[in-house]
Design a protein around this ligand. Structure first.
Ligand code: 3PG
Length: 305
């Protein structure tokens, strides 16, 4: 019998697990669940006899892929697939997919939750500031970025975007003013919201030189990946500039930002996509993609070549 594993260190909402189960069992497959596991060894043991698996930010390393002797397809229920060893998948004839767009509204809403929380002094009651009228620069204008743009317009912000993979017309059609370099955008926007993936090109690319030109009262909002930040450079800048703020859904590895009281905030565990709606959207999409691949060979959303 075809076995589908859900391996989630950070579990989906039960309603999403139930929905995935329905899709999988309607097909006559068996669903196996591994949640809140505490070591990679547990994951490695769980993949031994599965044909397909659904993960979130779980690390599908070479060791995991090699241990999954029957694995044909792995779906990252979400956007970023930097947690999957794509070369190992390709080497072992495993199709890797993501579910783009399915959790993007949840991430965008959290970005605004954090912005308001920061602008209102962590709800301590002291006089804060408003988002209306402020310039926001959206770094990468894909699914999450465009949701951030939509919400920003509702707040009455001036919305700018930089995305080297989109034309000016596409960016304008999606409601933002296109800019043509990160330098230009960081130089003029008080708020910057990051939506770039973690790749060899982007790692540590949000650095001192780029950030230092942000206007007074700068707020860097990170709901993307911690790897894109040059933490050393950002820390140095925050030492130098008492007006610089960093709010993130991906806590830095070091606790060296905690000293920037009132200017730094990190969620305890990455939670941008942690809503029932996003879990249902991404989880069920993942289950359907698995069925479509196994039954019809449908490779739409494949991310490894
Ligand atoms: C994504 O890439 O889809 C988001 O970062 C969400 O990740 P998560 O599923 O680990 O919450």
């Amino acid at each position: 019998m075809t076995k589908v594993l859900i391996a989630t260190d950070k579990p989906f909402a039960p309603v999403a697990v139930n929905g995935i189960r329905e899709i999988v069992e309607a097909q006559g497959y068996e669903l196996v669940l591994l949640e809140k596991y505490t070591s990679q060894d547990e994951l490695i043991a769980a993949v031994a006899d599965v044909d397909a698996m659904i993960i979130r930010s779980d690390k599908a390393t070479k060791e995991v892929i090699e241990a999954a002797k029957k694995l044909k397809v792995i779906v990252r229920a979400g956007a970023g697939f930097d947690n999957i060893d794509l070369a190992a998948c390709t080497a072992h004839n495993v199709v890797a997919m993501n579910t783009p767009g399915q959790n993007s509204n949840a991430v965008a809403e959290l970005a605004f939750g954090m912005m308001v929380y920061m602008a209102r002094n962590f709800f301590n009651g002291k006089s804060g500031s408003e988002l209306k009228g402020k310039k926001i620069g959206i770094h990468a204008y894909g699914n999450v970025g465009q949701n951030v743009g939509r919400i920003a317009r509702g707040f009455g912000m001036e919305v700018y975007a930089f995305d080297p993979f989109m034309t000016d017309e596409q960016i304008k059609a999606a409601g933002a003013t296109p800019l043509h370099s990160a330098e230009e955008m960081y130089g003029m926007c008080q708020y910057i919201s990051l939506h770039i993936p973690a790749t060899e090109q982007t790692k540590k690319s949000i650095n001192y030189d780029l950030l230092k030109n942000m206007p007074k009262g700068a707020v860097l909002v990170n709901t993307a990946r911690k790897e894109v930040i040059d933490e050393e450079g950002l820390g140095k800048l925050m030492e130098e500039r008492a007006d610089f703020h960093y709010i993130t859904d991906i806590a830095p590895d070091c606790d060296c930002f905690n000293k920037f009281e009132g200017r730094f905030f990190a969620t305890p565990k990455k939670m941008g996509a942690q809503t029932e709606e996003a879990n249902v959207n991404a989880g069920l999409a993942a289950a359907r993609q698995i069925v479509n691949f196994i039954e019809k060979g449908d490779e739409k959303f494949r991310v490894n070549k």
